[in-house]
Ligand binder design. Structure first.
Ligand code: UDP
Length: 326
């Protein structure tokens, strides 16, 4: 039995859908603080918090859980700086509660949702896994702390873990059944799509004086289904090998904010109103992953690597969810 924390969230729900399609037995556990019940398309659903260790222990024992996929976390960089206690409580203390229940119940395998935010200001691009980890915000720090805890628990208690450091997750289920729905929404692609739908007047570009070809920040957008496939490979790896591992997950291609606006205009046929604004605090100019390691070791390949196909799936979902067709 696979136990998925945070399975009602954006990335978690796409992994849950894929696990369901592959016929896996799963329990989805989410406190619905940020997730949505209707995004959970497979498995048994339990509303609960990862801080509730006794409850977790009972579920692990009653359902013969052998593997955990751990998404449940807060993930807004700005909010993490304003309310660090929330982030250390949920992402670190909550994670420790989960690990405590796993140790007690003898659950020995975990796939962890980490983030490119562990690297901080990059010294080089593309970023490989051995790049220094110096997070520049509390959110990134919580992910790094939890990775370090996993490493220690792995060597001390024999826990097997795979930590996946996501770059910019984007797009939606190609069938249009589920997708991204954050409130507040802070991510670039859904915000531009909001402009197309008339839910927002314009998109503000955060900084146009970066040292990049068009002056705007470059990010590595990776389709959420490609992320989901990597979790399946991580599970297979943990079944076959006791070796823990950390992998980047990105396309290896960077796109600037202006290029993303251009892709949305191409895909939707709409003209997007753009305002050039100031830089957002803590934004590195360029964040691009090397995903060579997961390709080499687990055979992962992105199936939706192009920016237009990512935007196309996001648009299909966004129209349906926010354009009055839900
Ligand atoms: N961005 C922007 N305007 C917005 C939101 C985001 O220019 O309204 C930029 C942001 O500065 C970054 C890129 O778009 O360079 C992606 O931002 P997002 O918040 O989606 O993801 P992040 O890279 O922060 O994880």
């Amino acid at each position: 039995m696979i136990f998925v924390t945070g399975g009602a969230g954006y990335i978690g729900s796409h992994v849950v859908k894929l696990l369901g399609e592959k016929g896996c037995d799963i329990i989805v556990y989410d406190n619905l603080s940020r997730g949505h019940r209707e995004m959970v398309t497979s498995g048994e659903f339990i509303v609960g918090d990862i801080s509730d260790k006794d409850r977790l222990l009972k579920i692990f024992r009653d359902h013969d859980v052998d593997t955990v996929i751990h998404f449940a976390a807060d993930s807004l960089v700005g909010e993490s700086e304003e309310d660090p206690h929330r982030y250390y409580s949920n992402n670190v203390a909550g994670g420790i509660s989960l690990l405590g229940a796993m140790l007690e119940a003898g659950v020995k395998k975990i796939v962890f949702s980490s983030s490119a935010a562990v690297y901080g200001e990059p010294e080089r691009a593309p970023i490989e896994e051995d790049h220094p980890t110096v997070p520049t915000n509390v959110y990134g720090n919580t992910k790094l702390i939890f990775e370090n805890i996993l490493k220690k628990y792995s060597s001390t208690y024999g826990l097997g873990f795979v930590s996946l450091r996501y770059f910019n997750a984007a797009g939606a289920d190609p069938e249009g059944a589920i997708g991204e729905d954050h409130s507040p929404e802070t991510h670039l692609i859904p915000l531009i799509l909001d402009v197309v739908l008339g839910r927002k007047k314009e998109i503000v570009i955060f900084g146009t004086d970066y040292d990049t070809p068009d002056g705007t920040c470059i990010r590595d957008y990776i389709h959420v289904n490609d992320l989901a496939e990597a979790h399946i490979l991580a599970l297979k790896h943990l079944e076959n090998s006791p070796a823990s591992a950390i992998y980047n997950l990105g396309n290896g291609k960077g796109f600037s904010v202006r290029e993303v606006v251009g892709a949305v205009e191409r895909v939707t046929g709409a003209k997007v109103s753009v305002v050039e604004g100031d830089r957002r605090k803590g934004d590195p100019a360029r964040l691009v992953a090397s995903s060579e390691k997961i390709m080499r070791e687990l055979g992962w390949r992105p199936a939706y690597a192009g920016l237009d196909v990512i935007v196309k799936t996001a648009w299909r979902w966004h129209k349906r969810r926010f354009g009055g067709k839900w």
